[in-house]
Design a protein around this ligand. Structure first.
Ligand code: SF4
Length: 348
């Protein structure tokens, strides 16, 4: 098995030009200044010296950082073979700016897009015209050879149209999709009465959406922030439900992302992905009867405070994978089993 590249995710700050109803960051954080260019450059250089080979520039909205293009160029000059951003895409609608980032050596951009069209997306991010700009931004980068993916944050507004949303992107050649269950923190807690969604309702939407992928023979999305008991058999697509879950992040290059080789570098301090995945989660007493009791990290405390634990039905045995009988499963990226993860650690 090929070794994981070390990933360094550098948060440049929390400023943003959207106001997503489900954002897990506190609105007040946006007033904090971005990390200055020199400090960000120092951090990405130190991470490279420590062995990182994938740099993810994140926020807030990283395209609002006036030095982003220079940071990307510097990272590539330093030697990073992969430099990614996670973005709402608004600024990338400017062809000149998208061209600058591509020319600087950006290799991947993940866009946050939350519906199959302007009406639904713009209502969630509270910016008129946001969908058109994000899609233009995605096409601007894709036309310049930058890999693109889309993350959809599940909530009450978009769950009923999740399958249609996935179909919209698949129809347009976007095949790298992630479905993220929201954290009940920040604006999500504030606007919860408008957008809160139970895991059971999210799971129903996910199952329906996966049927779209099955019908097309396409690799389905990755999932985040849901435990196996609400989607039994989907463990191979759920990231970070256990301390050892990891994924082949980039199928084309078989670049393996390993939580133990993934560092989150926030303005307030750094930590490993495995540590962050376990934070502020609990398991109700009934989890002791679950086949995954020893591996599962549980559910976010804030979710349990709002919805309780009734949905978390312990699994008596390891469920059959949802993909049984699907065609074309062999080439998929997927979350590793503990045995594969142990083998990976042993190969370092
Ligand atoms: S250990 Fe608990 S939270 Fe995790 S899958 Fe089992 S029942 Fe669900």
């Amino acid at each position: 098995m090929r070794r994981a590249a070390r990933v360094h995710e550098l948060f440049l700050g929390y400023a943003c030009n959207e106001r997503c109803l489900f954002c897990s960051q506190e609105f007040a954080w946006r007033r904090q200044p971005f990390t200055p260019f020199a400090e960000a450059a120092r951090r990405q250089w130190l991470a490279y010296k420590a062995g990182a080979r994938v740099l993810v520039l994140n926020g807030g909205e990283p395209t609002l950082h006036e030095g982003l293009t220079r940071l990307v160029a510097l990272a590539r000059k330093t030697g990073y073979p992969e430099v990614h951003i996670q973005t709402n895409g608004l600024r990338l609608a400017e062809p000149g700016y998208a061209g600058e980032l591509a020319a600087a050596g950006l290799t991947m951009a993940r866009f946050s897009m939350h519906g199959p069209g302007a009406e639904l997306h713009d209502a969630q991010v509270q910016v008129p015209g946001a969908f058109a700009k994000a899609w233009a931004g995605l096409e601007n980068l894709r036309a310049r050879g930058v890999a693109v993916g889309v993350n959809v944050v599940l909530n009450r507004m978009n769950a009923p149209r999740l399958r249609e949303t996935c179909a919209w992107f698949l129809d347009r050649g976007v095949t790298d999709l992630g479905l993220i269950f929201p954290l009940y923190e920040g604006d999500m807690a504030f606007y919860g009465d408008r957008v809160a969604l139970s895991m059971a309702d999210a799971a129903a939407a996910v199952r329906d959406a996966f049927e779209e992928f099955r019908a097309r023979g396409a690799e389905p999305p990755f999932l985040l922030n849901m435990p196996p008991c609400v989607l039994p058999g989907y463990e191979g697509r759920i990231l970070r439900w256990s301390g050892d879950s990891a994924a082949l992040y980039d199928g084309a290059k078989s670049l393996l992302v390993d939580p133990e080789a993934y560092r989150l570098d926030r303005p307030e301090g750094g930590k490993g992905l495995a540590e962050a995945a376990a934070e502020q989660k609990s398991k109700p007493a009934s989890c002791a009867r679950c086949v995954y009791a020893a591996r599962c990290l549980g559910v976010a405390d804030r979710y349990l405070e709002r919805f309780g634990a009734a949905e978390l039905a312990p699994l008596a045995r390891v469920p059959a994978p949802f993909s049984r009988g699907w065609k074309g499963v062999k080439g998929w990226r997927r979350v590793l089993t503990p045995r594969e993860h142990a083998a990976l650690r042993g190969s370092r």
